[in-house]
Design a protein around this ligand. Sequence first.
Ligand code: 5AD
Ligand code: FES
Length: 363
Amino acid sequence: MEIIVKLEKESFSKDDIIRLLKSEGEEKNALFKKSGEVKEKYIGNKVWFRGLIEFSNICGKDCLYCGIRKGNKNLKRYNLSDDEILAAAKFAFDNNYGSVALQSGEIESPAFTKRVIKLLNNIKELSDGKLGITLSVGEQEPEVYNEWFDAGAHRYLLRVESTNRELYSKIHPNNKKHDFQRRLDCLKSLQDIGYQTGTGVMVGLPFQTLEDLAGDLLFMQDFNIDMCGMGPYIEHADTPLIINADKLLPLKERFDLTLKMIAVLRIMMKDINIVAATALQAIDPIGREKAVKIGANILMPNITPGKYRDSYKLYDNKPCTDNSAEDCQSCLEARVSLADAEVIYSEWGDSQHYEKRRYKRSC
Ligand code: 5AD
Ligand code: FES
């Protein structure tokens, strides 16, 4: 089969990737089999948890797809207290999660910078330095990234959303606050500072082509990312992009395409960390488990206090919004074993790619 020949290649061209993203039936099975084998060989059948704390839905930006955009007035805004955030981190630590991920809407201000530094210090303190910390709080100045790195954050997730400039400008307002070049500059600073650097895209956006998606994967490879989080785009009724709802692939196809993106990326970048995004579960009840089987190795159980979860709705039908942190943990653990994988507790589960990249640089 032509696809098998492609799968055995050392590196993929854009056309190869498009071909793989088009695979169906037997060919798709061959792709998933291969990506599952690569994961098993390089990572093992393992999954690491990052306890996700969505600590505020207040956002200074207006991305056209995002439910917590500044312009959405149909949303109750919240900001967890420091005590609530630290209690969630303590829950993660007591339950032997290796890491937490702090995520919020995007705010750039000295007060926000200071607050995050304090939280990082406190989380390190309450866990005796043992909890790993991923930050995902958007575009910031290099000095700010530096200060947070020094305070103990060691991974940063900043999705590029799409690497096609033209598409980027169709899904963001065209102003200085939503500038594609700044997104790239931020990713570069994160990498230069020494963060394990993660990015990702939404799959199935209006106007997005398979060529765009292939370009996204090649960008990730060229940029030498350490981590990736990719999920299907899911429309949100209170966002401007909803007017393009008629241009979208059916949800099931967006889901399938996301799995193929994860599988191809796993084959291209064998030792990076790949998140099984929550948005997959909004489409398929066992969507995240399917992603784990074919290549993902990171899950982010939501440990945000239950009463706030409903308000961190990036897209419609977001799952797990009425659960407690305990519910998410036992549910996810059962699900991971369904995918024949094992949750590894009390370990950071750092990106092997990062370790090797750093080692190479110091030699
Ligand atoms: N559908 C899917 N993912 C979304 N995100 C934001 N809005 C949506 C949506 N409507 C993703 C973006 C962002 C991450 C936090 O959530 O990729 O980077
Ligand atoms: Fe908040 Fe885009 S709407 S970062």
